[in-house]
Design a protein around this ligand. Structure first.
Ligand code: KG4
Ligand code: ZN
Length: 371
């Protein structure tokens, strides 16, 4: 079956097609049954960069403008009559943005008489781990669009539940106990800013660009602690709960910079600050996730969301899990499937087929949808 996925929850217009249950694949790779046929993303990063964050009214306008082109690119290699199912993000996210994807998908579904599965964006970030790696193929690139149109198979271990999932994105930081696909319990979440939001806000204070995560990661690369080092707090790290708080970290960055002890323009100082911000976020995330995995005696740790694309975080998570819990499996999607994409929406629709509906008018955006 072919599933068409849509995601317009934030500032990326994403459309993808995923083929599932393909006989050819089933025969060769018994446990792996997905193939990403297309994964189109139209990024608005450049437009929002001057605001240092996503400007919802602008994002909405861009979604309306981009959806027809991104959809066309994503379905270029298939016939529309081959599509069996539509997966559509209905929340959480920015409401005006969510509605653009919903309106577009509803129209299409009615025209083609297709069922829609309403998708929770957070569940999709987790289930991105079930996708095969998708590599970038520049041949298909058109201005403003990234296209990933190649696929390979990935055999997934079956014995992974219960699992602890850490979803770290621009809008969310949640620790979730997963007893199976569709069985989730939130153990803790951020009380204020999300981890990605903290990267973005700290980057704005330092004036190093947007989105902040990749910008800070790039500057921090290769930093060796020494004379230029700075010390920032690790908020809530030793508290006996699974909640997070990152706004204090951002404020500490602001005070540090405003204290004027060192010049913000000083390159060494910016690098030291970037490395310390990144490390403070990584320390808290790893500590709390491993604590949850130990307390719930889980068989695996699963990461998802844009911040999981951070190289240093991936490396340190892997080595900490290996050292502290060698019997626990560690999963993180390929970097291009950590950040927002619609392939993860399509695969989530596959696992939620029982929620498929042709009652299109009832599908609504829910900006605060919980997993
Ligand atoms: O999941 P995502 O693409 O969108 C949301 O659902 O929010 O996450 C976006 C967030 C941004 O805050 C961005 O700064 C962060 O993910 N991010 C990173 C990296 N790549 C993206 N943070 C740290 N390191 C990265 N390499
Ligand atoms: Zn996301």
């Amino acid at each position: 079956m072919i599933i068409l996925g849509f995601d317009t929850s934030c500032d990326d217009t994403c459309v993808a097609t995923v083929e599932a249950d393909k006989r050819r694949l089933q025969r060769g790779f018994k446990r792996m049954k997905f193939e990403v046929l297309s994964n189109m993303i139209s990024s608005q990063v450049k437009l929002h960069a001057k605001y240092g964050g996503v400007y919802p009214a602008l994002a909405k306008r861009e979604h309306i403008k981009n959806l027809p082109t991104v959809f066309k690119q994503a379905t270029k290699k298939i016939k529309l009559s081959e599509i069996d199912l539509i997966g559509l993000t209905v929340g959480p996210g920015l409401e005006p943005c969510l509605w653009q994807g919903i309106n577009f998908a509803k129209n299409l579904a009615q025209k083609l008489n297709l069922p829609i599965v309403p998708i929770n964006h957070i569940e999709a970030h987790i289930l991105a781990n079930w996708l095969p790696p998708v590599s970038e193929n520049s041949k298909f690139q058109i201005p403003g669009l990234s296209c990933f149109a190649k696929q390979s198979e990935q055999v997934k271990s079956k014995n992974i539940f219960p699992a602890i999932c850490l979803v770290i994105s621009g809008g969310h930081t949640q620790l979730i106990l997963m007893k199976g696909i569709g069985k989730y319990k939130i153990l803790g979440e951020t009380r204020d800013d999300a981890a990605g939001e903290c990267f973005d806000k700290a980057a704005r204070i330092l004036g190093v660009g947007y989105p902040g995560g990749p910008a800070i990661a790039k500057i921090a690369k290769g930093f060796v602690r020494g004379r230029a080092s700075v010390n920032l707090p690790r908020p809530m790290i030793y508290q006996k709960n699974y909640d997070f708080s990152f706004s204090g970290l951002k404020t500490a960055v602001l005070y540090e910079v405003k204290s004027g002890k060192r010049k913000v323009k000083n390159e060494k100082y910016i690098q030291a600050m970037s490395a310390e911000i990144q490390q403070a976020i990584i320390d808290v995330l790893i500590h709390k996730t491993i604590k949850a995995a130990k307390n719930f005696n889980t068989k695996s740790i699963i990461l998802g969301g844009g911040v999981a694309a951070n190289d240093e975080l991936r490396k340190q998570f892997m080595s900490n899990v290996k050292c502290q819990m060698s019997n626990v499996k560690f999963f993180v999607p390929p970097k291009n499937l950590c950040t927002d994409n619609a392939a993860m929406i399509a695969i989530t629709a596959y696992f939620n087929q029982k929620k498929a509906t042709k009652d299109w008018q009832k599908i609504k955006a829910d900006a605060n949808l919980k997993i």
